[in-house]
Design a binder for this molecule. Structure first.
Ligand code: ADP
Length: 235
């Protein structure tokens, strides 16, 4: 799938009265918001509020059943199944459980993801060290995942998500398996990447961390937005 060039002024993500129903359950009930390129947005709310579903609509893991959901001007509902892998390559997806390959070293985990999209050995050799440095894990390049702390493993997962210069990073509870100290470090890393230009969308129910970060917050309750604030550290 070819998205139009991202240079125009249109929002990167537009949700317009988006509805998602999983058989009987209404997971999103008329959700509308826009995200501009370069923003950092938290989706917050209790378990079951609909945070993950929003990210899954964007990554096309889930198809919305009503309303409009656009990524860089393209209606996600019109993306054909065979175009979905291409669509996902334009996103960096950071899972809660890191999902690293246990038998591969840190650098190999990142290299593997690059090779999977057809990068040459030369590109891999050039880019892997650079990305590992960017997330401050270069010094553990030869370690295996089990030799790393949770926070370090999440840095590797973020490095892996960054290899294709994604249009945006999607992180679903990226600190869900981390202690408070590592949670703050990981959010600060995401904020740094955002300062360098990456649009970042994070689902989190960890209000302590969210409030510390002082970013835009979209709050969900039972599939609806109840409060949407700009720079909402003051909540
Ligand atoms: P959150 O990320 O805020 O915890 P979710 O987006 O995961 O919320 O879930 C929103 C609602 O949709 C919940 O009621 C949840 O039980 C339901 N739900 C999520 N995924 C599925 C699914 N695959 N099948 C059926 N119901 C689901």
């Amino acid at each position: 799938m070819d998205l139009p060039p991202p240079s125009s002024g249109r929002p990167l993500v537009v949700f317009d009265r988006v509805e998602v129903k999983y058989s009987e359950t209404v997971a999103l009930d008329g959700v509308s918001f826009e995200v501009q390129k370069g923003e950092f947005v938290f989706f917050v709310g209790r378990t079951g509020a609909g945070k993950s579903t929003i990210l899954k609509v964007i990554s096309r893991e889930v198809q919305h059943t009503g309303g409009r959901a656009l990524l860089d001007g393209r209606e996600l509902g019109e993306v054909r199944p065979r175009e979905v892998p291409h669509l996902r390559r334009q996103m960096g997806i950071v899972p809660q459980d890191f999902a690293l390959l246990p038998s591969k070293r840190v650098w190999e985990n990142v290299a593997y993801a690059m090779r999977a999209i057809g990068a040459s050995s030369r590109e891999v050799r050039r880019k892997v060290p650079e990305i590992l440095e960017r997330v401050s894990i270069g010094h553990r390049a030869d370690a295996f995942p089990h030799q790393l702390s949770g926070g370090e493993q999440q840095r590797v997962a973020i490095a892996r998500a960054l290899i294709n210069n994604p249009l945006l990073l999607l992180a679903d509870e990226p600190t869900g398996n981390l202690d408070p100290e590592h949670s703050i470090e990981i959010m600060e890393l995401l904020a740094q990447l955002n300062v360098r230009g990456t649009t970042v969308l994070v689902a989190s129910h960890d209000m302590l961390v969210v409030e510390r970060m002082d970013k835009r917050v979209i709050r969900l309750e039972s599939g609806r937005i109840v409060e949407a604030e700009e720079e909402a550290g003051l909540a």
